[in-house]
Design a protein around this ligand. Structure first.
Ligand code: NAD
Ligand code: WQD
Length: 336
């Protein structure tokens, strides 16, 4: 297939491009590099021995994006591009609404105009907000607790309205849980700017000596050890999930929504101890107060994706830690 991947230079996008290229698909990436570098795209081509096409374009710039649709014919689009830092979205909500929603609108308008009506959209477990119970099913109420999450939900609504108006669209909304890990080559991985917001990159930066200690945000949650529980999913499992979603679009399913998670929850302290075991490095930590907006426990019921996509996460917490550690050791300063 000819696939347009927006945000393909980013963390999940780069792993997904690699996996799709290994399966023989032709990939065209559009990314403005606002939160990424071109290096992973070069490395993907080294690993696969195949070429991809790259346009450095901001999705909100319609005149530039038109050129991409003029140049190539696409069978499907995978839409990763967006800003994703929860804390930042509280500080600069307009930047998030503008980038994520306007960028998506421009993309959908051009897809419509050029007759490209198959899309996989990166949504997030964050749309559920604080769940009434776990595991979380796709049918649960949605109530995101921050502007970032609300941009994701708005985009889901836009896609639903688009489908209601034109049944020729095929749309797979994928709600990711907590992506971690890296490609087993150690050549591509997660490369956060500045101090990481998320747990796994922070742990690995402590292990490699870039950060002194981990701050564990609260040990008074109603969980087995008091620390927050999440559904960590290996980024390669997630990447493969996109190929399964593309296959599903081939069956013309209309609009479908799937959780992509493992269905298992691990606490912060369990992640720390798994990482220490795999890396052989100590990860000193200090318990501090809760982070605003955090919830106690969040994990997926991934059974719908298993039933309808035939996809299931295969990699466990050890592979997640091993692959993160390999990437971190090989690239202590990220992509330079
Ligand atoms: P990322 O920041 O690494 O990748 C996003 C990419 O989009 C970056 O390369 C960035 O430069 C690009 N981008 C942003 N705005 C753009 C614009 N206007 N035009 C063109 N390119 C633009 O993030 P990621 O972790 O790879 O996440 C990918 C997608 O998955 C995002 O939509 C994110 O919201 C979603 N998601 C991520 C997580 C997570 O924890 N990483 C969880 C759930 C959902
Ligand atoms: C995991 C656990 C923290 C950092 C976020 C977004 C969500 C989605 C995935 C995009 C929590 C604890 C963390 C640290 C800690 N992204 N923690 N010390 O908050 O579950 O989800 O990323 O869609 O929208 O909100 O992930 O990795 O930040 O936190 O103790 O330095 O680790 O409190 O329990 P989160 P996370």
């Amino acid at each position: 297939m000819n696939i347009l991947v927006t945000g393909g230079a980013g963390y999940i996008g780069s792993h997904t491009c690699l996996s799709l290229m290994e399966e023989g698909h032709d990939i065209c990436v559009v990314d403005n590099l606002s939160n990424s570098k071109e290096t992973p795209l070069k490395r993907i081509q080294e690993i696969t021995g195949r070429r991809l096409q790259f346009y450095r374009i901001d999705l909100t710039q319609k005149a530039s994006l038109v050129q991409v649709f003029e140049d190539r014919r696409f069978d499907a689009v995978i839409h990763f591009a967006g800003l994703k830092a929860v804390g930042e979205s509280v500080l600069v909500p307009l930047a998030y609404y503008s980038n994520n929603i306007v960028g998506s609108l421009v993309l959908f308008e051009l897809m419509d105009a050029y007759g490209v009506k198959n899309i996989v959209f990166s949504s997030s477990a964050t749309v559920y907000g604080e769940p009434e119970k776990v595991p979380i099913k796709e049918s649960f109420p949605v109530c995101p607790a921050n502007p970032y999450g609300r941009t994701k939900l708005h985009i889901e609504h836009i896609l639903r309205d688009l489908f209601a108006a034109d049944r020729k669209w095929n749309i797979a909304i994928l709600r990711y849980f907590n992506p971690v890990g890296a490609h087993p080559s150690g050549m591509i991985g997660e490369d956060p700017n500045d101090i990481p917001n998320n747990l796994m990159p922070f742990i690995s930066q402590v292990a490699v000596g870039k950060q002194q200690e981990l701050f564990v945000y609260g040990n008074d949650y109603p969980t087995h050890d008091g620390t927050g529980v999440r559904d960590y999913i290996h980024v390669m499992d997630l990447a493969h999930g996109h190929a399964y979603a593309l296959n599903k679009l081939g069956e013309a399913p209309g609009l479908v929504t799937y959780n992509l998670g493992t269905g298992k929850g691990f606490s912060v302290l369990e992640m720390v101890s798994a990482f220490e075991k795999v890396s052989g490095k100590p990860v000193p930590y200090k318990i501090v107060s809760r982070r605003e907006g955090d919830i106690a426990t969040c994990y997926a019921d991934p059974s719908l994706a298993e039933k309808e996509l035939d996809w299931k996460a295969k990699l466990g917490i050890n592979e997640m830690c091993e692959d993160t550690w390999r990437w971190q050791k090989k690239n202590p300063d990220g992509y330079i």
